[in-house]
Design a protein around this ligand. Sequence first.
Ligand SMILES: *[C@@H]1O[C@H](CO)[C@@H](O)[C@H](O)[C@H]1NC(C)=O
Ligand SMILES: *[C@@H]1O[C@H](CO)[C@@H](O)[C@H](O)[C@H]1NC(C)=O
Ligand SMILES: *[C@@H]1O[C@H](CO)[C@@H](O)[C@H](O)[C@H]1NC(C)=O
Ligand SMILES: *[C@@H]1O[C@H](CO)[C@@H](O)[C@H](O)[C@H]1NC(C)=O
Length: 773
Amino acid sequence: MYQHGNYSQDSRRPLSEAYPKGEQTVYDIPQKKRRSKWITVGLPCGLIVIAGAVVGVLFGLKIIKTGGSSSSGSSSGGSGGSGGNANVDLNNLSYFATATNSYHQPLYPSMTNTAQFGEPTFAQLEASLEWPADDFVQTNPTDFTNLRPHPRLIAPKYKWDALAQLIPKNAYLKSWNDIIMGNATVMNDLPPVVHVFDGGPSGSGILDPARETKSRIKHFAYAFKTTGDTKWVDRTWRELNNAMTWGDDRADPWNTAHFLDLAELTAAFAIGYDWLYDQWTTDQRAQIREAILNYGLKFGLSSYTDPLSTYRWWQTVNGNWNCVSNGGLILGSLAIIDEDTTGTAAALLAQAVPNAVANCAMVPSTDGTGSETANYWEFAMTGLAELTSSLMTATGGGDFGMLSANAGLKLTSLFRIHVTGMTSLFDYGDHGPNKFSTTANALLFLGSAYNEPLYTLYQRDRYEAPEPHSIFWYDISAQGAWWNNLALDHVFEDPSDLWASFRTSWTDVNGVYMTLKAGALEKHQAHGDLDCGDFVIDALGQRFFGEHGSDDYLNPNYFSNETQASARWTLYRKMTEGQSVITINGQNQLVTAQPTVVASGSSNTAQGASTIFSVPEDSSAFFVADLTSAYGEDVKRGIRFLPGRRQMLVQDDLTGITEASQWRAQTNATISLDSTARTATLSLGGKKLVAQILSPAGVTFSDLPSTRTDKAPALGAGLADMSNGDARVLAIDIPAGTNSVQVLFNPQWDDFTDFKTPPSVPLADWTLTSHNS
Ligand SMILES: *[C@@H]1O[C@H](CO)[C@@H](O)[C@H](O)[C@H]1NC(C)=O
Ligand SMILES: *[C@@H]1O[C@H](CO)[C@@H](O)[C@H](O)[C@H]1NC(C)=O
Ligand SMILES: *[C@@H]1O[C@H](CO)[C@@H](O)[C@H](O)[C@H]1NC(C)=O
Ligand SMILES: *[C@@H]1O[C@H](CO)[C@@H](O)[C@H](O)[C@H]1NC(C)=O
């Protein structure tokens, strides 16, 4: 049930210390969208319009083709080689993913029968099988004067009304509904959420209790709306009533000192108020409204209007704080605006909506990558999807510019898809606190909003999809396979994040996933690490090289700033030694780093319709970055697949380096060195990966504990490193001077042993074919 994930760290930046007034970080997001071959390669599924349309019956849904005559019951299979097959019972297609593994990755059946796996599309369904037409007509959805009656947040009445007949006919809705009801039942038996300050009011505050409350209210209100059983109304009230009386500070019970707490509780109350509006007594309505207004919105408005407010710093931040804070304030305002005699909600919307457009919508860079980390992207996008969806449902379509403010927002789902590895996320930087109702289900909203069936199909198979918002964000006419014609490789080229993601398959979780990150180190809301050149490798279902994640957020000055002198960079997990990179004399990289791409290439291999995919023998990808600006010394790093993608090479070309350096790679594997110590066998989860030094001569591997060396910057006052348990560092000590450090990785495949030793090629000469032998 309530999983506390991998993260024991719940705390957030102490606001007073984090961004003192006048010192907020303001991001410079380039407005110009650069199109590159990579972006073109990465998008085809979403862009393809299947002429003549796919016809067929999916999940028992009769699908009418979008043009010409209907021929339901058979499949023409789209254009992506998904040949029809008369033996497939299209009436009995269930979930595409048959299960999820221990890493929560969906598992797909091995099937060459691809009738159901056409390219992603939104089909036109028979009316009785689709969401009905919206019955709220708003001719001018640009203001808040003529709002939809309740419910108006995320889930409008016409969708609630359609659920009873749609759920039994749709495998995804049915499965999600079952899980949501199961979760509501589990939550029902728990005592109301307990108010606990983590790290005091300005530490992590009451963020966990706030998010847990929000998750419960969504589930309980959903359970009433779909069953009509008033026990769920009573249970929702119990939870609301509980959070109304939290804490000792009656003037500020939802904790302005850690504004996210207030925002999440305001969102929770807004949803409870709105979804169950007809069930509340006059007195209950008044109490909920009072809480939204006096514990939430009042402070939201003063944060905008009072220049001396101590809790307004997030208003100039394009990170999760802006999306979550504005999100709660916008949902709360929309819930009560027509009954708010104080004018607070209207005044607040006039501030919060344009602020979200100018900041929250800018969280993705021009290439779609989130401004903070892969995990923090979930907090930002949950806030963004909730607020945008609520604006659109409440007003009858108005997004107030959220969806068009930033071309990168349309690409941000691709970031999520490519930052997800074979096991887990490429989880660089901080991982964030417990998630509760924070997910990547914004992809379902963005899929519908941008008409991108790829995003919808991808997310619906995810472990976290079953929650109330998904039901309403899901475009149920999505069909086809998200992996069909999806490129395996993607380079994200914005200098603020600059990173590459390569893999061998979209449906085989035992394949290889490999990344290299070279983006700038500043402007990540103090959630990043000093990690230019960092890589992860998944192979054979194991994360052989990975990340340590957050340190304890309650460390003093953990979020102080991103300057070179920040205490943050004295923690092992945040400093350069704690990453899978080169260190020079144990020192940290320069926070001013601005790495650039030397070269990159991809065979542009895309998976087809089948879940069984064989990588072509000439398939390859590489990425080389110039990291000189991170060191003040000439360092370039490249990663690549050898042809066929069964072997990987990481190469560092170090030129005239003035001090000794160290090649470090973080691993949970057990390392065993051969007698030469030029070959290391890493064992993890019963699988093996062999690492081999190809160059330079004379250096050897060592097997070190994953801790700081005696050359590392000293710990800041009062800080303490978290233990990394049994994690090890596979290391190579490299003398000063000019060296090409080449390390070859050979996963020990069950069905392949024909490993090649590639030629030695300077990074400057790498091409797609430079390592063909
Ligand atoms: C649907 O398919 C599954 C798996 O092939 C099978 O076990 C089940 O009996 C089928 N159900 C119906 C109603 O045909
Ligand atoms: C819902 O239930 C599923 C299946 O038991 C579980 O994996 C998931 O964590 C639950 N989600 C919540 C929010 O409780
Ligand atoms: C080691 O395993 C833990 C637990 O799964 C994980 O959180 C961590 O990221 C892993 N570390 C590395 C270096 O892969
Ligand atoms: C950055 O934070 C450190 C503490 O981590 C502090 O000593 C330093 O003065 C801060 N620098 C700036 C420019 O705020």
